[in-house]
Design a binder for this molecule. Structure first.
Ligand SMILES: Nc1ncnc2c1ncn2[C@@H]1O[C@H](COP(=O)(O)OP(=O)(O)OP(=O)(O)O)[C@@H](O)[C@H]1O
Length: 294
């Protein structure tokens, strides 16, 4: 599988406080999901993949170019954000918003882009408040597609929409040939759009592998708790306990999930390394037991 973007041992933070720790992650074709509850560091990692946040340590690679030295003009065209509730300029007609993202000579592509995202080209003359939430999100996607990107970085692209509209937008995203990094707390969404997934807890990858296998038989107790907390597509965000204290997350000693883990034993005071277990990578001393459903 071709890797579009790669994080290698990346630590990210604000000021001097790290919030994402030593993450290695490949964005491959077929879609990659980044799953975790609020505050786990998903958006921080997405910002780094968009070149908006420089790692405190580690590197981000775009092909064979280190992002620190890459041609950022080209990169910003190739890697496009689609963020939750992204504001379209309320004063601008949506056709003009899309045209802005196109090269001057290609502005006649607006109707085609609107059609590509399932909208009537007639809507180009409307302003954002004259559209439904689902239509607005389609315009945001059309604008991202205008640049001809190789990769879309989608941060909760459907969570503000009702369930039926959500399903239609997910179908649209699945049909687009573009690569995607999808950030969500909703496992049902990654199940539809991402061949590979990474589960983030307290800024660390605790499990990664083929999405179908992670959903079917999680090897980390946190992945299992997330899966079991999601009743259906469009359900409420899972609540699997309080967020860990930042101090606990940043401490080198011990599994950050241990205070919430039903399987925690004395050994969990020693930080588990990511290791291969049955086709996935997991940071849990008891992964084999979790896989066997204990
Ligand atoms: N601009 C900022 N300055 C300081 N700390 C920040 C900033 N943005 C995020 N953080 C902190 O970084 C941590 C990770 O936040 P992040 O937004 O990446 O999480 P998330 O998983 O995307 O959460 P959500 O699903 O709620 O968006 C949190 O503890 C948050 O408080």
């Amino acid at each position: 599988m071709t890797t579009l973007l790669r994080a290698e041992g990346v630590t990210l933070g604000y000021g001097r406080t790290p919030v994402v720790h030593d993450v290695t992650l490949d964005i491959t074709e077929g879609g990659v999901g980044l799953i975790g509850e609020s505050g786990s560091g998903k958006t921080t990692l997405a910002r780094a993949f968009l070149g908006l946040l420089t790692p405190m340590s580690g590197d981000i690679w775009y092909g064979d170019q280190n992002l620190k030295e890459a041609d950022m003009r080209r990169f910003r065209r190739d890697v496009q954000p689609v963020f939750q509730g992204e504001a379209l300029d309320p004063r601008m007609r949506v056709g003009a918003s899309i045209a802005e993202a196109l090269p001057r000579a290609a502005r006649d592509r607006v109707p085609g882009l609107l059609q590509q995202v399932g909208l009537d080209p007639e809507l180009a003359g409307r302003r954002p408040h004259q559209l439904s939430g689902g239509q607005r999100q389609r315009v945001v996607i059309a604008r991202a597609l205008a640049a001809g990107p190789r990769l879309l970085v989608l941060d909760e692209p459907t969570s503000a929409l009702d369930v039926t509209v959500q399903a239609k937008i997910l179908d649209l995203l699945a049909r687009l040939g573009t690569g995607r990094l999808l950030i969500t707390h909703d496992l049902a969404v990654v199940g539809r759009l991402c061949r590979t997934s990474y589960v983030l807890f307290a800024g660390r990858v605790v499990e990664s592998g083929p999405t179908a296998e992670l959903l079917d038989a999680p090897a980390h107790p946190y992945t299992r708790a997330l899966r079991d907390a999601v009743p259906r597509l469009g359900g409420e965000p899972p609540r699997v306990g309080a967020r860990p204290e930042p101090s606990a997350a940043g401490e080198p000693g011990g599994c950050p999930f241990r205070s919430r883990c039903p399987l925690a034993v004395a050994e969990c005071g020693r930080t588990p390394a990511l290791r291969e277990v049955e086709g996935r990578r997991v940071a849990c001393h008891r992964a084999e037991e979790v896989l066997r459903g204990r």
